[in-house]
Design a protein around this ligand. Structure first.
Ligand code: DON
Length: 304
């Protein structure tokens, strides 16, 4: 299949629609000033062939897409023990909701809502230098130096009232081992990682390769079983309260972020990364989702 031609066609169809719908995240200035008229798409096949179109080389704030990689890091180190503190059910609520934590004794529904990612960050803080560890993983997976945007991290901390509340709430249930400050510092920094679609498609490509590292000769990122489980969680929980709709209309495991990025996986075939900053009402990239729908329509690739 000529994937480059497919991506070029999608880019040509999406470009005239940019700036006509959706809203760029505005809770921090560094995200609010990203132009809505950006669109990038990149893919990497499981045998390493790459294709990209549009603004695929431009770095953006990956936000909640980072939850995919902190989960990977925690699974590498903790295996089954991770699930003592975190569930695997879709929440059906917005990603930053507090409501279920009260009746569910501080155990987050899944690792992709904010509460779940904060619980994962707590485990990573216990394991070592969490911020250095996640950058080392991202740099190894992308094959290029990956860094935090310190301005975004500082703004996340300044305006992160809900995340601060979520961390304190879980701490009150005895569900965080560490003080809330270092855990939130890790969480705010992971949200502030900057990467391009090309880098993300490469970094996440272990998910279409049964856990094999994207760079030949490196040891496996995860076991085959763990990779299947990460993909299952992406399909059921990766786009928060839109997950059912995304499974219905796209049919691929996805993880999205409010920076407008989405990673999608076609197991045993390829990994995709799309970016367009204007979001729909569920906090997912409007044109990113449209592009994935077009990709599935044009290629017939889906897990179903
Ligand atoms: O913590 C937050 O709410 C944001 N920094 C990230 C949220 C996010 O990307 C959720 N996206 N689906």
């Amino acid at each position: 299949m000529d994937f480059q031609a497919v991506l070029d066609e999608i880019d040509a169809k999406i470009r005239p629609m940019l700036g006509h719908g959706g809203k760029v995240a505005s809770y921090i200035p560094a995200l609010a000033r990203v132009p809505a008229e950006r669109f990038g798409i990149a893919l990497r096949t499981c045998d390493g062939v790459e294709a990209c179109a549009g603004d695929a080389g431009e770095r953006f704030s990956i936000q909640s897409v980072s939850k995919l990689f902190t989960l990977t890091l925690a699974m590498q180190h903790l295996g089954e023990r991770l699930w003592e503190r975190i569930g695997r059910e879709p929440s059906g609520n917005p990603f930053n909701s507090l409501v279920q934590l009260e009746s569910e004794q501080g155990k987050p529904r899944n690792p992709f809502i904010n509460a779940g990612a904060i619980a994962v960050a707590d485990r990573l803080v216990s394991l070592g230098d969490a911020k250095a560890d996640i950058l080392a993983l991202m740099t190894s997976l992308a094959g290029e130096a990956i860094a935090f945007d310190e301005e975004v991290a500082a703004s996340e901390a300044e305006t992160g009232y809900r995340n601060i509340a979520l961390a304190n709430f879980m701490k009150s249930f005895g569900k965080l081992d560490n003080d809330v400050d270092p855990v939130l510092d890790m969480y705010f920094h992971q949200c502030a990682i900057r990467m391009s679609c090309v880098q993300l498609a490469c970094a996440a490509s272990f998910l279409c390769r049964d856990g094999a590292h994207p760079v030949e000769g490196q040891s496996a990122v995860t076991t085959e079983r763990q990779t299947r489980r990460i993909n299952a969680l992406m399909l059921t929980c990766g786009t928060d309260d839109a997950a059912g709709d995304v499974a219905f209309s796209i049919g691929l495991p996805c993880k999205s972020g409010v920076g407008g990025g989405i990673v999608a996986v076609v197991p045993d075939r390829l990994t995709l990364a799309v970016w367009s900053p204007a979001l729909d009402t569920t906090g997912n990239s409007l044109m990113g989702m449209k592009a994935l729908e077009m990709f599935v329509g044009k290629t017939g690739l889906s897990v179903f």
